[in-house]
Design a protein around this ligand. Structure first.
Ligand code: GTP
Ligand code: MG
Length: 268
């Protein structure tokens, strides 16, 4: 019986996490998880042409491209190939995710970068792991000997530093707190609703999940280099924004705990 709402179910089980945060989990045999692949795009036509054909449409329930104003035919490519394609209303990568969530039909979101950094072949592994009952699964390029070919000295150091800080200050157990390729329950971000600005949603999710002690897993996820086009992220600018976010979050209470989040993933 669930201690929160008193409901009884043969398969469903609930358990209490500390300080009254109840998380309802559904075991893998009872799951009809629906997955949306959320792809932010900003002039990534070469990457899209090379990467998208490698994504098997049957892996997920929805492929959703959120375009930030491409000028190289990326939007037309995504629309023409039958992906659910929208143009974002407000600029910025974080807004692309929030606007994508409004039309995402899945209860699980996988964020995916079509610039070559995200390997499509990792997607089924993320879904399998989520079905084991995780709230969030990260494809980490720093786990079990995998590596990021996209890193330079600055980004590698920044990633190492921020991941260490998040682990030490918020109790995370991450080997990568910033990578884009990851799966998570949609209602986590819907509940957080904090705008992380240039820092992006990745460190925000990492911090909030660690604060609320959600069940986060990692699988090895090799990260190839960007195929073509320009990096939109500025390592120094974005890095500074991540540092500011970490400092702010030090004083902020856990949003997920405050809202008594009940994660009802795949609840049909
Ligand atoms: N919709 C939308 N997509 C964006 C925006 N900025 C970047 N993107 C896309 O998000 C993905 C990641 O882009 P980058 O900004 O280069 O960041 P990054 O890939 O983390 O940078 P690297 O560390 O070089 O990998 C790419 O597919 C971009 O086209 C934006 O403002 N709106
Ligand atoms: Mg990239």
């Amino acid at each position: 019986m669930c201690p929160r709402d008193g409901r009884k179910s043969q398969h469903r089980f609930c358990y209490r996490m500390r300080e009254g945060l109840f998380i309802e989990r559904i075991p893998f045999w009872d799951q009809k998880m629906k997955v949306s692949l959320l792809i932010p795009t900003l002039s990534e036509i070469e990457g899209m042409e090379a990467i998208m054909p490698r994504i098997n449409r049957e892996w997920v329930d929805q492929i959703l491209a959120v375009d930030g104003g491409s000028v190289d035919g990326t939007y037309e490519y995504a629309k023409g190939h039958g992906y659910h394609t929208i143009r974002q209303r407000v600029s910025g990568l974080a807004n692309a995710y929030y606007e994508g969530l409004e039309v995402a039909t899945g209860d699980t979101i996988i964020t995916f970068s079509p610039d070559g950094n995200s390997l499509p072949e990792i997607i089924p592994g993320l879904i399998t792991k989520m079905k084991e009952g995780y709230d969030r699964v990260i494809a980490s390029p720093y786990l079990n000997g995998t590596k990021s070919e996209d890193d330079n000295v600055v980004t590698a150091f920044g990633n190492w530093l921020f991941t260490k800080l998040i682990n030490i200050l918020f109790g995370g157990h991450y080997t990568d707190s910033l990578v884009k390729l990851r799966a998570w329950r949609k209602n986590i971000l819907e509940c957080i609703r904090i705008h992380p600005g240039r820092a992006g949603i990745e460190p925000l999710l990492s911090i909030e999940c660690a604060k609320a002690n959600l069940k986060v897993g990692e699988i090895p996820g090799h990260e190839p280099p960007r195929i073509a086009g320009l990096r939109k992220m500025s390592p120094l600018g974005n890095g500074f924004a991540v540092l500011v976010l970490i400092i702010k979050e030090l004083w902020a209470p856990s949003v997920l705990r405050q809202k008594q989040v009940v994660l009802e993933a795949s609840k049909i």
